[in-house]
Design a protein around this ligand. Structure first.
Ligand code: ADP
Ligand code: ZN
Ligand code: ZN
Length: 840
């Protein structure tokens, strides 16, 4: 779309009293009020996109949030330049949701808008200058000065100039007065050329000239003419094979896309000749980027237990809006979801299903595709922006009443959701960490469902403590439990492999215990597959000098650089800084640099020493960066081309491979030791999830956990599969030390490039927060775990708030005011506060 908007200065429009509050994609606290020109009043609708001027030169796309007749007090309202949508892009429910999100997560509504709208729906623009069509220099009554002449001269040769062009031509920055004078003298026009970023996908298609297609005789003649011209003949034959126009000439109209017509090495030039001779014609057509899939699934018969679970879920939904489905790994939750989704779709409502990013490329999505085919949209973060716009538009048009997607799919323009499913609801990746809005997609989904009067189903084998607490202690949620696997498969057998004991007996080989080696060997000899898990968090390989202890440090952050063997580089995972691995120690000049830690690369190496015959694959951030990297590894593993797959968190989720009989946790203690109140919960979840990949068919699975602390209670609880016992033990600690779910946490990070300034601002904030009359505990400020990132020093305060809702809102409003006060002081002007509500 291209729209030419005449500059507002040229058409003053007074006396009209309609105003709109516009949500702009910028981090400012409030909506801005604009005047609606009389000509546009009839088109005004909440949720429609508009173009407005913001600042002196900037033109932004905003969304109408509110229409009213109150002019702003503090400034004169500028007019809206244009309204882009006949149908609003955003519906009123979405705006309510945005407002809620900005308030709850302490951010600006513009930041929510930025996260919510695919950038393809935002517009880019620049002010442009062109010659006034009626301007004739000789006849102009106004004299022109030298600078004005320069601009007009440039416009003789070029149809239009941007503001930047004008600045360059004149060599000065303040061009506005000059342009204004030229406008007054009717020598130029200023306009905005606005372009939608979304570009539809256009395909070149080829079809026979209609006269030929409709007339068998002329077709026969054509073959005679082409005899001896093998290349052209072959193209014609291919066309007729795919599009049998003999029997049905109307098929010709849609034609065939050029790429597939030419796919078998036919030459482009022969086709050109055919077009030139009037045999074929080529035309362009807009096509869907997202391919249609046919429904291919046969009927599934649910087990009695699954049927029972469904009726339990439904009866909870009679009185509660949220239900937690706690079903162990392999209990068949997916089929339960499918049945419920079908029923909601049949009733005419929409369904959204959230999955952790990484599960989105696994079997669960292909299973859903088989059942729901073309009415299911997939919203993936690796999608191109154009693909996202198509899903967005597909939700509005009704093409996708059902969407499966990552956390950002809660922003899609649903208008009548009946149910939201959050699978693997415990997953920490549902929380957006950076930038704002720092939202928890599961919690936000529950709110979204509330706005739609819809139901939320949370599913997990290892529920988050928050959800389990709400399902048991407060009974806000209904609880449905599935404690057996579907069909003949059994839960795997666990083995604790004691690293310390093996070391004493001299049984350790390249970090592996005898138990680990034996079980892997056993599986390999039976042509079964093995998964080896290594936790990513707090755990990356680094380089150290054996002589003086030097390790590579980032120059902008207080962290060690991570060793990337593949690129022979040291990289910072916080800011991206990288350097080549030094050949000798930069500190002492020694040459004994060794790799420390055990990243997945190191394990891969160890395994290839231990099992030289085995085909080993590795799945981590490094090997899955490309769009299809993850899928490719999964395919290789699924088709049996990999015997042992080593991986991080990525291998713990949703994988359903029948031939995996051994799962190894390379270093269980690492998961436990992370300094965080949730480390126990996370360890239980991770080990249980990864163990759940073993023995998913008839063959019995084995799980080996290597540890130095075999007597830790948590291992026994994981082994027993006793979630309840584990939960009760942990929740007791949470209560004692005031942690969620007993309190609400808010973390505020204070950042500045000067250490002292950051500290002072953090102290100031702390003092003032302590004075707020709300039930709470304020901890800190403390130097953050990572004291400096990208040359910014960071201090953290942690607030533990009483759970009651009213005081929370009160507290949030007050901290926003306090922050404004602090940054209003000259010394703290460039201090930044980052508020994280319900941090991970
Ligand atoms: P979960 O998500 O609870 O871990 P899945 O939904 O992946 O479990 O189910 C585990 C396995 O059982 C899958 O291979 C699935 O195809 C199979 N399964 C579940 N329910 C049925 C059913 N009613 N009929 C046939 N196979 C089923
Ligand atoms: Zn050294
Ligand atoms: Zn860094």
């Amino acid at each position: 779309m291209e729209s030419l908007i005449t500059h507002p200065d040229l058409f003053p429009d007074e006396g009209n009293n309609t105003f709109a509050d516009i949500i702009l994609p910028v981090p400012i606290p409030r909506m801005f009020t604009y005047r609606i020109p009389t000509a546009l009043v009839s088109q005004v609708q909440i949720g429609a996109r508009v173009i407005v001027q913001f600042g002196r030169k900037k033109v932004l796309t905003g969304i109408i949030g509110k229409v009213h007749s109150k002019p702003p007090k503090a400034y004169e309202a500028k007019p809206i330049l244009d309204i882009l949508d006949e149908q609003p892009t955003v519906n009123p429910l979405q705006i309510r949701f945005w407002v809620w999100m900005a308030e709850y997560y302490c951010c600006h509504i513009g930041e929510v808008m930025l996260a919510a709208l695919p950038s393809g729906l935002r517009l880019s623009s620049e002010s442009k200058v062109q010659l006034h069509p009626n301007f004739v220099a000789e006849e102009s009554p106004y004299p022109l000065d030298a600078r004005e002449e320069l601009i007009l001269e440039a416009l003789e040769n070029r149809a239009e100039l941007s503001y930047e062009d004008c600045e360059k031509i004149l060599g000065i920055k303040t061009i506005h007065p000059i342009l204004k004078s030229l406008v007054y003298k009717e020598a130029i026009l200023i306009f905005e050329r606005v372009q939608d970023k979304y570009t539809p996908k256009v395909e070149t298609r080829i079809r026979l000239k209609q006269e030929i297609a409709e007339d068998k005789q002329s077709l026969e003649q054509l073959f005679e003419q082409l005899s001896g011209k093998a290349k052209q003949e072959s193209i014609l034959l291919k066309y007729l094979r795919d599009i049998p126009v003999f029997n049905n000439p109307s098929l010709n109209e849609k034609g065939l896309d050029k790429a597939s017509l030419l796919e078998e090495g036919d030459s482009e030039s022969s086709l050109k000749t055919l077009i030139k001779n009037g045999v074929f014609e080529s035309f362009k057509q807009v096509v869907n980027r997202i391919d249609e899939t046919e429904v291919t699934a046969g009927e599934i018969i649910l087990s009695e237990r699954q049927e029972l679970a469904i009726s339990e879920i439904k009866s909870h939904f009679d009185t509660k809006s949220t239900v937690l489905l706690h079903g162990i790994t392999g209990s068949g939750k997916t089929e339960i979801y499918i049945q419920l989704i079908k029923e909601v779709l049949d009733s005419g409502s929409q369904v959204l299903m959230l999955l952790p990013e990484i599960a989105l490329t696994t079997q669960i999505v292909s299973r859903l595709k088989q059942v729901f085919g073309g009415q299911m949209g997939v919203y993936h973060s690796k999608y191109s922006d154009n693909e996202r716009v198509e899903v967005w538009n597909g939700v509005i048009s009704g093409r996708f009443p059902f969407v499966v997607g990552v956390r950002s799919s809660i922003f899609l323009p649903f208008d009548s959701l009946g149910m939201i499913i959050v699978d693997e609801e415990h997953e920490s990746s549902y929380k957006q960490f950076d930038p704002a809005p720092r939202f928890q997609a599961r919690d936000s989904a529950i709110m979204l469902a509330y706005f739609h009067q819809a139901k939320t189903l949370l599913g997990s084998a290892t529920p988050s403590f928050e959800s389990y607490f709400n399902a048991t202690e407060t009974q806000k949620y209904g609880l449905v439990e599935l404690s057996e696997r579907y069909g003949k498969s059994n839960l795997p057998k666990f083995h604790l492999a004691d690293l310390g004991a093996d070391k004493r007996k001299n049984l350790l080989k390249v970090d592996s215990t005898r138990m680990m080696r034996e079980k892997i060997q056993e599986a390999l000899s039976k042509q079964e597959q093995v998964l080896i898990f290594q936790n990513r968090r707090g755990y990356s390989p680094y380089i150290q000098c054996e002589d003086c202890g030097w390790t590579g440090q980032c120059i902008q952050c207080d962290v060690s650089l991570t060793y990337h063997q593949f690129a022979e580089e040291l990289r910072c995972h916080y800011c991206g800084y990288k350097e080549k691995v030094p050949t000798s120690c930069p500190a002492c000049g020694g040459s004994h640099l060794t790799t420390m830690g055990m990243g997945t690369e190191r394990i891969e190496e160890s395994l290839s020493l231990l099992f030289p015959e085995a085909r080993i694959g590795r799945m981590d951030l490094d090997t899955t960066r490309s769009k299809y990297g993850y899928q490719k590894l999964l395919d290789e593993f699924g088709s049996g081309h990999i015997d042992i797959l080593v991986g991080t968190q990525m291998i713990t989720k949703g994988l359903d491979f029948g031939n995996v009989t051994v799962v190894g946790v390379w270093d269980g203690d690492r998961i436990l030791n992370f300094p965080d109140f949730r480390s126990g919960e996370r360890a239980y979840q991770q080990i249980t999830q990864v163990a759940g990949r073993a023995g998913r068919r008839e063959a019995k699975g084995n799980v080996i956990i290597q540890t130095r602390k075999a007597d830790e209670a948590i291992y026994q609880q994981v082994i027993k599969g006793d979630y309840l016992e584990f939960y009760q033990h942990e929740i007791h600690e949470r209560k004692k030390f005031y942690y969620p779910p007993y309190v609400k946490l808010i973390k505020i990070t204070t950042r500045h490039s000067d250490f002292k300034t950051a500290e002072k601002a953090a102290m100031d904030l702390h003092r003032q927060m302590a004075g707020i009359a709300v039930k709470k505990i304020v901890l800190g400020p403390e130097k953050a775990l990572i004291g400096r990132i990208k040359n910014q020093y960071q201090f953290e305060s942690l607030i533990k708030l009483d759970r009651s809702g009213a005081s929370q809102t009160e507290f949030k409003t007050q901290i926003a005011q306090i922050q404004e006060q602090i940054t209003a002081k000259p010394e703290f002007r460039s201090v930044r506060f980052i508020v994280d509500v319900d941090p991970n």
